[in-house]
Design a protein around this ligand. Sequence first.
Ligand SMILES: NC(=O)c1ccc[n+]([C@@H]2O[C@H](COP(=O)([O-])OP(=O)(O)OC[C@H]3O[C@@H](n4cnc5c(N)ncnc54)[C@H](O)[C@@H]3O)[C@@H](O)[C@H]2O)c1
Length: 429
Amino acid sequence: MLESLRNKENQIGVVGLGYVGLPIALEFAKKFKVVGFDINTDRVDLMKNGIDPSNELEKEEFEEKDITFTDDPKVLEQCSFIVVAVPTPIDKHYQPNLSPLLKASQTVGSILKKGDIVVYESTVYPGCTEEDCLPILESLSGLNAGVDFKIGYSPERINPGDKEHTLTKITKVTSGMDQDSSDIIASVYREIIEAGIYQASSIKVAEAAKVIENTQRDLNIALMNELSMIFDKLDINTYEVLEAAGTKWNFLKFKPGLVGGHCIGVDPYYLTYKAQEEGMVPKVILSGRNTNDGMGAYVAKRTIQKLVGNRVDISKSRILVLGTTFKENVSDIRNSKVVDVINELKDFSIGVEVLDPHADSDEVNGEYGYELVREPSGEYDAIILAVIHNEFLNSGLENYLKFLSKNGFLVDLKGAFKEKQSELNYWSL
Ligand SMILES: NC(=O)c1ccc[n+]([C@@H]2O[C@H](COP(=O)([O-])OP(=O)(O)OC[C@H]3O[C@@H](n4cnc5c(N)ncnc54)[C@H](O)[C@@H]3O)[C@@H](O)[C@H]2O)c1
């Protein structure tokens, strides 16, 4: 397989060209002939013109790459090594929504040939690739897995907005349904991943490894959030406590905050779903999720209590929220928990204005029903620094603080300005 990909007799197909699929497709296209397939025609048109619809990659990264972008699944027939990187969201009942993954499996199954290898990269629960996707590949292709074609799983670990830990610089976990497929899959990825490959012993192990990476992170943040609620009652600053505790060599440096986005707040539910299917209630993981999902309402409650303490007429009060994306310095607004803070404040008839230099106002309006303001205006009773975009850091914040009313206060969710506590009316997690 590797030799035929190297000499371009065979091609690599990437199905789903989002945050994960596009970088992997472009990286493969430095060495191999690649077909990039996506069902979203608008996104495909942008990529044909060297534009990353997710705003992560520069135009130069599309240059001199042997890649064909298409929304026509028939073009995938030319490929023998197919990577699937479609979304794996949850539904409103916090259950895995496998619909994009199963549809992508149908697409791949309908073009599959003898000798092909399919590698799933989407984050799933242990067992999903073999129990949910594989039967679709077999039934649509009429081929037998393990005999006519093989499958594998290789989770993605990139972190949106992180320019240091990029695709090729992160150790890549790979796996296959047997030793032969595991070795071939590892050899193909080895061609592009500088940091090296870790061959997991099975597909299930690789699936579980990915989902616990984010579950561990989620739980650690939940602990920090619970600590911050305790310290708030004790009137001590959480970030000062964490700084002091962090001087011990084995203290883990997590911080409190809103847990949004499409990975950390979502992936644990894939694991809890599977655990519950097996008759086990994963109390610790679900408790952490519950704490983190409640943080938006908690921040709003503490803000309102401070407004009341300032004798502000809530129905006439105005708050400026800085940042609405799910994390700093990205434009991605999916599953942003800042929205929970905003909605809770609006439920109390508070006038909320939201400013974010990275987010697209139309997209925010379409998704959450509010527009962004470009500039602050008038006086605000509070400013909530929700996302620490670079624009808001250092002297950047001064541009906004001057719009605070006399008793107005700063809610600093990430503790970025804790040294200003004595100068400002200040509250942080
Ligand atoms: N974004 C991250 O940083 C990240 C990191 C690690 C793992 N992951 C995981 O990787 C997977 C992909 O996430 P993403 O962030 O790249 O998603 P994304 O939403 O950015 O992109 C998914 C792409 O898949 C396309 N798509 C949807 N259904 C399709 C189908 N049936 N056939 C072909 N294309 C289809 C969409 O049009 C979109 O372009 C998810 O399982 C996610 O949990 C994401």
